[in-house]
Ligand binder design. Sequence first.
Ligand code: 76R
Length: 255
Amino acid sequence: MSEPPQTDEGWYVLHDLRTVDWNNWRAAPDHERERAVREGVEYLEAHESVSDASEGASAVFSMLGHKADLMILHLRPSLDDLSRAERQFERTALADFTEQTTSYVSVTEVSGYVSTDYFDGNKDEIDAGLRRYIEGKLEPDLPEDEYVSFYPMSKRRGETHNWYDLSFDQRADLMAEHGATGKQYAGKIKQIISSSVGFDDYEWGVTLFAANPTDIKDIVYEMRFDDVSSKYGEFGPFYIGRRFPPHDLTAFFAG
Ligand code: 76R
């Protein structure tokens, strides 16, 4: 058996993806639609300011294509906080006009590939820059007014290419190449990598943020040529959208 990397976990993550029943919406009387938007805005504002837990972050996105119209993203310190955030939405009048077509549950993660010092040494003595970097991965800020791409992925366990048969050093070398490609996108891409092993159908959720959507296409495309993705990456469905402030829910439903 080759050695698994050490990991540390931070906030739990829910990607809550919903379609809007536009026929129902159009058929509903004005006062019901107004109430739905009002309760939706209240819910989103309260959750973005994390009034339901000691810490965390939430955001809402307008999504493109048939797979989802809205994505509500929650990060919370515990799975129970996350569950509460999900259920509270169901109590709003807005929920009646939506259907949760899919969702994804994961937890933010840093692993031994990021830094062996962090895991091997005394965590209180690590470099302040590295500590901030790791804390930013475990408890990330969500960028405002940016495009988002979300997709789940796994590492392959094929007959020829099996990630889980590689030694730690082989995997660390491949991850270093991956990290070097990623660093070229500093300032353009912000990513949240969250583990869904034991929680959901793939092994990680990948959430990318960018001011320019072609930077998302470019990083995903370029990474496909790194061995870690070309030989060992397996991908689920992709979702693309843009964050908006809760009060713009009115505009979202108006047109
Ligand atoms: O911080 C570091 O330098 C650590 C290097 C690093 C790790 C360990 C890193 C860097 N990532 C790591 C882990 Mn990543 N990442 C992805 C995707 O579409 C694809 O092909 C892959 C999707 C993107 C776009 C991306 C971006 N990364 C991981 C893991 C866990 C693997 C495991 O544990 O086996 C996955 C699944 C994954 C996937 N990665 C970076 C980036 C970027 C932009 C960086 C640069 C580092 C930074 O600036 O934060």
